[in-house]
Write a protein that binds this ligand. Structure first.
Ligand SMILES: [Zn+2]
Length: 401
């Protein structure tokens, strides 16, 4: 029994009336009553008894049947689903997590790199969760399996202009209008990667359509800042008439709001420039994430420099007693990362190596690398000598990232 099935069986007027006795149901779609979420004396709560959506005009509480029940009773989503289900006359409480939406992220040639699934309900009583999956020897495994890419990338790289939105469904909507659109893969919390910015920087025009809430605007601001000065014409277009946290999908539901109207709005919006205050604000702003939102974020998969042994982006230390082979291990690691060959039988991600030899002689290092079979053309950059203070500071700085 899922949300929709419960909703289709639920007598909405009866449900709300039993929880809000003051609710006046009088044959119309909208019923008004005292809001249980604040000290209400004016019947500020409006319930749509056809859709089940509610909203308080005073304290701005809003949501659907399940959020109403959760807010009122403090239970988690799964419990709400079960108990509202009982209201609807069903005792079948077996709610299986189901993939309700699936989005493909592709490389420039249209090859699927990974998919993002929206699953409802999520684990631990959450209403939804997102997971990334990718193919590994014909099996779907968790994680992206590589760096995040822009949504709808194959169309994007062929275009001279792009729309940036927050979420795949919105990009799909614009795309259905023939407008090349994209998003990053983790909503407003996405990190803005150089690779993505590089692709967008090749555009002549970029239009960002932020969601009408704080995270949405901050996301738009971050992308705009990253693209400023790189794209010929950059615009951030705020859609008029949106309620808090609404977006273009809500906007098009209002009659008259069409592709043509959107293009008019864009024409009437001036080119984005960061104001001094914005630059300063961006530097000073602390962005908070609610724990519940953090739980909604997709699982990050560790990227390995040496599979299962050495993660990327961190600072790893080899610790052992003297004379057991720490330096030999480190040099072997350096060599195999430079060549991309397996290390201790494990997959290696090939890259440039910087080898800081703070207590070895040049001749020793040369001999050791030769003994290990190095050809001499590997991308290993060796520094020999005591560490100058600024080098130590640089290492400290980079180890903090
Ligand atoms: Zn209220």
């Amino acid at each position: 029994m899922n949300k929709d099935q419960i909703l289709s069986r639920l007598d909405l007027a009866h449900f709300y009336k039993s929880l809000v006795p003051s609710l006046k149901v009088n044959g119309r779609t909208e019923a008004l009553g005292l809001c249980p979420f604040h000290d209400d004396h004016n019947a500020s709560l409006s319930v749509n008894i056809e859709s089940g959506l509610y909203r308080c005009f005073s304290c701005d509480a809003k949501g659907d049947v399940f959020t109403f029940y959760q807010e009122l009773t403090g239970v988690d989503f799964l419990t709400a689903l079960r108990e509202v289900g009982e209201f609807a006359g069903t005792t079948e409480t077996n709610v299986k997590p189901t993939v309700v939406a699936k989005f493909e992220y592709k490389d420039v040639n249209g090859q699927v790199l990974y998919v993002k699934e929206r699953i409802e309900p999520g684990r631990n009583g959450r209403s939804k969760e997102f997971v990334f999956k990718h193919l590994e020897s014909n099996k779907w495994v968790l994680g992206r399996g590589g760096d995040p890419v822009l949504y709808r990338l194959p169309e994007l790289v062929k275009s001279k202009y792009a729309f940036i939105v927050e979420g795949e469904a919105k990009a799909d909507l614009l795309s259905s209008w023939g407008l090349p659109a994209t998003c990053l893969d983790s909503g407003a919390n996405s990190s803005i990667r150089d690779g993505c910015i590089e692709i967008l920087s090749n555009m002549e025009k970029v239009v960002i359509l932020p969601d009408n809430d704080k995270p949405g605007k901050s996301y738009a601001g971050k992308i705009a800042n990253a693209l400023h000065g790189k794209v010929k014409e950059l615009k951030v277009v705020e859609l008029p008439g949106l309620q808090e946290s609404e977006d273009i999908i809500n906007w098009v539901k209002v009659s008259g709001n069409t592709k043509e109207r959107l293009i008019e709005l864009i024409r009437g919006t001036s080119v984005w420039i960061p104001t001094k205050e914005e630059v300063q604000k961006e530097k000073e702003s602390m962005v908070f994430t609610k724990l519940s939102d953090l739980f909604q974020e997709p699982e990050e998969q560790t990227k390995w420099l040496v599979d299962g042994l050495l993660p990327t982006g961190g600072f790893s230390i080899v610790v052992a007693k003297p004379k057991v082979g720490k330096s030999t291990l480190a040099r072997g690691l350096a060599l195999n990362i430079a060549t991309g060959e397996l290390f201790l039988g494990k997959e290696v991600s090939k890259g440039v190596v910087i080898y800081l030899a703070l207590e070895e002689k040049r001749s020793e290092i040369k001999k050791h690398f030769q003994d290990m079979g190095a050809a001499g053309n590997e991308e290993i950059h060796i520094y020999v000598g005591g560490a100058p203070a600024n080098a130590i500071n640089q290492i400290r700085m980079s180890s903090r990232r």
